[in-house]
Ligand binder design. Sequence first.
Ligand code: ATP
Length: 661
Amino acid sequence: MSNNGELVYLSSDGEDSDSMLLDASKPVSREQTCITDDYEGDSSELEHNDSNNSKVFNPISGINVFRINERELEFTLIGLKEKQGIHISGVFDIQIIKGGVVYNGVHYNASKDKISFSHPLTDAIPEIKSSFHAGWDDPLYLTVKQKKLIDIQVLENFVCVLKISSVNVDSLLDISRLYPDASSLWKPKINSSFNSSSSSDTFCILDRIYEDEFISQNNPIGWQEVIDNLFVAFKNQEYDMRVMVIGGKNSGKSTILRTLLETFMNKTLLNEDGTTFKSQEDILYMDLDPGQPEYSDPECISLTQINPTPVSRLGQRLGQHCHQKLQQFYYGSPSPQDEPSLYMEQISEIMKYFEERECMGTTLLNLPGWIKGFGMTIVNNVVRLFKPTHVICIDSSRLDAELEIQNEFTNAFQVKYEPKIYNVDSIFSHSTSPQNSQPKFHAPQIRTIKMLLSLHRLQSSNPMDTQYDFTPLLARKPLQISYGDSAGIRGIQFYEEYSDLKGDDIKGALEGTIVSLGLRRTWNDDKNKNVHNITRDAYPVIKPRIKSVNLSHYSLALVHSVDIENQVINLYLPKINEDKVRAKTKEIKNSVNENEDEWKYSWVIIRGKSDTPFCELYPKELIGMFNKYETVPYISTTRRKKYEHVWKVRKNVQRRGQSMK
Ligand SMILES: Nc1ncnc2c1ncn2[C@@H]1O[C@H](COP(=O)(O)OP(=O)(O)OP(=O)(O)O)[C@@H](O)[C@H]1O
């Protein structure tokens, strides 16, 4: 058994079909190598994560929920009986004090370690199901101090005891201060009669009265089998493993990839020789969905390296990860249909970079759900470039007949392999699919939430901590970046169709909008080349578009204003990036006179089609300030003239999920 005690798998000889899974809900001895006759459970217990098998958990204070609130000790203990499962929303840590749990098909044993969860109500919430301790003994992981506060006898009634604590995610729950639509992002709005949780908790136990407020994540039959097969392949991989998921919109692509990633990172296998397998390797995540990215900044695509962290981090983190981005491009729109040639060019660059790394590990690839017409051409291109070892097709009946997966690929060692294809059902095919229940958040609202989380993130001393400040950006002093000097901003790039904008239209197309502050690299840069002063009529609009290979995304920014007189652009950057941008600017300045025969870097602004969250431009908190002005900055109430290309928020306002509150 591993030191942190999670396991419950028996290894096979490596053949997928022979792999044997031993249910997490029964103890396993070191000697056991097969499911024995004296196994007491019924066969249904061998199924993972089937919440239909679960018994309902009714939280009752003092009976199965124990709130400890001593000076420095504040936590909640939950006692679960056999096969009982709970749903919890919010951001929280769980320490399994006794027994074990099964979460998304992986067993976690009681230990002194914490597991960190992130369960926003934007997504379906997986059940945390009770399980037995995998081992001969049944320890109780409580400190002496904690034991004094609890009646230990009571805990003996439960197979599994969880200690749940709120986490230090400074101000994360304050997002609704800026964006009222997000008031039920982490906890349902309605008050429960069950009052053991306090308002300062960052989590909520979702009992029956919240039934309509959340969706339970019930994976379609067949998903777990595919995940188990892929885990065995992951464990036995000789070369690299490349998994991609193809499916329509909202079919469950991100969910199956998240489950797969959590399984690869956390599942422990007991080998026949008594040793255990638990992966310690980094996993790469190629996130090619700019609309609902899992790891990239909003409206970007990226390649991220995910390191196994000492603390398991489970659930949907709404893009707030601390993992290293190897490469990131700002695409500038949630939909690849807006500029497919740019999208494909950026994908090709990521693929080139990926191939050049000669990565021998595991890579997961997430695609948008555009699977019709030209979307399928893009999918086919991605298949050709990525050369997957495993492809998961969600609801293959909906996939265009034009999907082309080659029969054979060749890897970097000139070894030929045949991609394995798995067909699985989409989440809609399941009886409790979200189709039957009203989604709690619409896609534009989720995008606004992710954008606000990105823009308001703070620098934190511990990179594992996430801290936010949801004070409206307009209440802050913007960062000034000069225009025209070699360390300042040296060009603006628009989408092709808007690259002919002139004069004040350009200023208007930038102020109050979300842009990417990008780094352009040029070889042998002449000091004055591409440096232009801005005048009312002349802006250094870059034409033709900079090749993606020479332009990487550095930070999202909200343009406060373009100050032509002083030759500066005032930008709001996420605080987490401000110091990095200052340091990079210094570096650029210092490198100006250095060796000419090397890559030189300069700042550029890239304006795509990103929507500015309305609450950022007209925040409730600053309404008093706006009243002093005759007109509210950035916002126009006049109608656009026919054919007028004006890029202001007015076209973004009053879309679904962006009501004026
Ligand atoms: N097994 C499930 N049971 C119920 N709801 C689910 C399940 N899996 C996913 N969902 C919910 O359905 C929605 C869509 O899922 P997901 O984001 O995984 O799909 P997707 O195909 O990646 O979507 P997109 O096309 O937007 O990228 C999410 O809110 C998710 O929480």
